[in-house]
Design a protein. Structure first.
Length: 218
């Protein structure tokens, strides 16, 4: 079903109402997957929701999406965090009443701590239904496909996803415990070091046992 390219709350509500199964193609450009709702920074013909995926939160409610598709976008999302000076500057402008918090929320979005790619994954976790899946394909870190593009920011290999799965068997959850992001389950992972990598993660429900400091988290 085609929808006007928008990110207003009302149109998002209409999309959710009109579709019993919500599948979102993030960064779809002009090549949206059939049956998916397209979300992109630019207003291409196939885009249903115009939104910068590095501006949080995304315009979808909690637990509202069944599947997220991310094709050749992850490598464009930096692992770096927002500069502390930028966060402090925006907060100073709000404190001095030069900007309102509403203006910051609408134009800038959340001034989050930590890396952007990790925040992206936490946001995907938020909007997915329990058990919902995110399917990703991107050039393998260090491959010619990764290095050739001057806009690629993040190299991703098979080990990185162990930092997101508290039950990942090879690391026995040790890598997850370093940062404790929202928890995922690695459902599928295949790669060719000279070409692409394909990964499917499903949303785990958060659990006290995944975290070292239970009281702090909950």
């Amino acid at each position: 079903m085609a929808h006007k390219a928008t990110s207003t709350n009302q149109d998002i509500a209409n999309i959710l109402k009109e579709n019993s199964r919500i599948m979102v193609d993030i960064g779809c450009g002009n090549d949206k997957q059939k049956g998916f709702i397209g979300m992109d920074y630019y207003q291409y013909g196939d885009v249903d929701v115009v939104h910068d995926v590095t501006k949080f939160p995304w315009p979808f409610p909690d637990n509202s999406v069944d599947i997220i598709m991310v094709s050749h976008l992850m490598e464009h999302i930096t692992k770096a965090a927002l500069p502390v000076q930028l966060r402090d500057l925006v907060q100073l402008l709000v404190d001095k009443k030069i900007l309102t918090q509403k203006e910051v929320d609408e134009k800038v979005g959340e001034l989050f701590f930590g890396g952007t790619l990790m925040r992206f994954m936490d946001e995907a976790w938020r909007v997915l239904k329990p058990g919902g899946e995110i399917m990703m394909v991107y050039p393998y870190a260090g491959s010619m496909g990764f290095w050739q593009d001057p806009t690629h920011l993040s190299g991703i290999n098979e080990v990185m996803w162990a930092y997101f799965d508290p039950m990942e068997k090879n690391s026995n959850g040790q890598l997850y415990s370093l940062y404790e992001p929202r928890p995922w389950k690695i459902e599928y992972s295949t790669w060719n070091p000279s070409q692409n990598m394909e990964v499917v993660l499903s949303k785990r429900l958060d659990d006290r046992s995944y975290h070292r400091d239970h009281e702090k988290r909950y």
